[in-house]
Design a protein around this ligand. Structure first.
Ligand code: SF4
Length: 495
């Protein structure tokens, strides 16, 4: 009997004996979802994120309580992975509820990442830039000192004690003096308030200098730069006069490694249509600089990025790029080189551990409010970086106020209430029955931007297609290649 015919069977009530037999069998079902991995294998995932890959037909036997049809070892696997339960003992269920609470722990938090768009000025005209940028000499596009201090006061009055203050642009280092003022002001107040602040500067590294890096070293500031891949690709994506963006990032990286140490410097790539043919060259570029990971990151389909043909491609094309890249990275690991893919690692932490990740796209309840706040150069406050990209196209849906507001005012914005409904995938149509919902997220900004509906329609959602495909790739690899699980565990354990 297939699952479809099984569903039809259940539409009619059976006689009493049928239900009596089901109840008198020795196990009880715990909440789980399932997915057919291929014609022979099924994937069962508990509400806690424990998973089992089982022979086809197992789910049907479970639902029918056909204990005789289930192999004894499999039965114990089902028990230990919290897919079934062998007693009505409420205490063990309490244990499960604690684990579920740990999985959802980030929903009890407030934003820890506070992004300050310190200037819109930029020295690049990147193909895919999602925000408007203005030429270098327009000082009016910097954060004013007055607004900056108000934004910092707001950040410091938020409930979390461990905060990350990230400076973005435009090109953040074009407003380096303003960054120094921001850090001096934050430091003067943070200690009194018992707040611990990590600082990050996101930069294309073109304006970097020994003097700036010495300051970063002194203030323990991390550097996050953009590196899209090999020279041609990087220069094509990241245009600037003289077509020397790659040379500048290359020199800047080496100087940053020398002064700050490798562990304090990271790089991010963005996949454009020009990248799609080159997953291996891109990964090799990261290896050449000594990085131990790469984040194969799709472009966000927002803002000005949507206006450039090199910035748009089909999700299926991205998945092929991602899959080829992941294959290559796994081969590197099999040959003894530790190197990981960051998006996979975020998902693996959710799959292989009792914990979760604070990655805003993959959170339910949504990471908006719980994970990140953004203060734009003109004092507007947004719920995420993507939210301000939308504002660049005159869509202010996710602006909750300005730095002049109190948290009470900001958090009573009507959009917050909408997000609390649209940002929980446990009960969104399509997601609520999806095997992957404990690992995935809701992303109301993406669905608002791409489908004009924060809830989103999953059959047409590029967010859904990407996550479902990536998770299918991960589980198929775990199922078919014995070495892969150990490699994946090493990525999670060596964070
Ligand atoms: S977005 Fe798609 S993959 Fe993610 S939980 Fe929803 S249905 Fe599943």
């Amino acid at each position: 009997m297939g699952i479809n015919s099984l569903r039809k069977e259940f539409r009619r009530f059976k006689d009493f004996n049928y239900y009596d037999n089901l109840v008198s069998n020795k196990f009880y079902l715990l909440p789980f979802n399932f997915r057919r991995l291929n014609s022979k294998r099924e994937l069962i995932i508990s509400m806690l994120g424990d998973f089992l890959i089982v022979p086809e037909g197992t789910v049907e036997k479970l639902v029918l309580k056909d204990i005789k049809g289930i192999d004894e070892n499999l039965y114990y696997d089902l028990l230990s992975n919290h897919i079934v339960h062998d007693s009505k003992d409420i205490k063990s269920l309490e244990l499960l509820s604690n684990r579920y609470r740990a999985k959802k722990s980030n929903s009890f938090k407030f934003a820890q990442l506070h992004i300050f768009v310190i200037t819109l000025r930029c020295d690049h005209t990147c193909q895919y830039c999602q925000v408007s940028r203005v030429s270098e000499n327009k000082g009016k596009f910097d954060f004013s000192k007055n607004n900056l201090y108000k934004g910092i006061d707001l950040m410091l009055s938020s409930p979390e004690d461990d905060l990350t203050m990230e400076f973005q642009g435009g090109e953040a280092l074009l407003a380096f003096d303003r960054i120094k003022e921001a850090i001096a002001y934050t430091k003067s107040k943070a200690e009194l308030l018992g707040k611990r602040i990590n600082y990050v500067i996101c930069t294309n590294l073109a304006p970097i200098s020994r003097e700036i890096l010495e300051y970063c070293k002194e203030e323990k500031i991390l550097i996050s730069c953009s590196l899209d891949g090999h020279e041609n690709l990087h220069n094509e994506n990241r245009k600037r006069p003289g077509r020397n963006s790659y040379d500048l990032v290359s020199q800047g990286l080496n100087l940053s490694f020398e002064i700050l140490g490798r562990e304090n410097v990271s790089a991010l790539m963005t996949t454009t249509s020009l990248s799609l043919e080159h997953p291996i060259k891109i990964i090799d570029e990261y290896r050449q600089f000594g990085f131990k990971s790469v984040f194969l990151r799709p472009i966000s389909p927002y803002g000005f990025a949507t206006k450039n043909k090199n910035s748009t491609y089909q999700t299926a094309e991205f998945i092929k790029f991602f899959s080829d890249g992941l294959d290559y990275i796994i081969d590197l690991n099999k040959n003894g080189e530790y190197f990981k893919e960051t998006y996979t690692s975020i998902l693996l932490k959710k799959i292989l551990t009792a914990y979760t990740e604070n990655y805003v796209d993959l959170m339910s309840p949504s990471g908006l409010v719980n994970s990140v706040m953004l203060y734009d150069y003109d004092g507007k406050v947004f719920l995420s970086d993507e939210a301000r990209m939308l504002a660049q196209m005159n869509d202010y849906t996710f602006q909750i106020g300005t730095v002049n507001d109190s948290w009470e005012n900001l958090l009573s914005s009507p959009v917050i209430e909408k997000i609390s409904n649209a940002g929980v995938n446990d009960y969104l149509a399509g997601c609520s029955t999806c095997a992957y919902n404990i690992y995935c997220g809701a992303d109301p900004v993406h669905h608002h931007a791409t489908q004009k509906d924060m809830y989103g329609f999953r059959p047409d959602s590029s967010f859904c297609m990407r996550n479902m495909s990536v998770l299918d790739i991960i589980f198929n690899k775990i199922d078919t290649d014995n070495e892969v699980l150990e490699i994946f565990k090493s990525w999670v354990n060596n964070e």
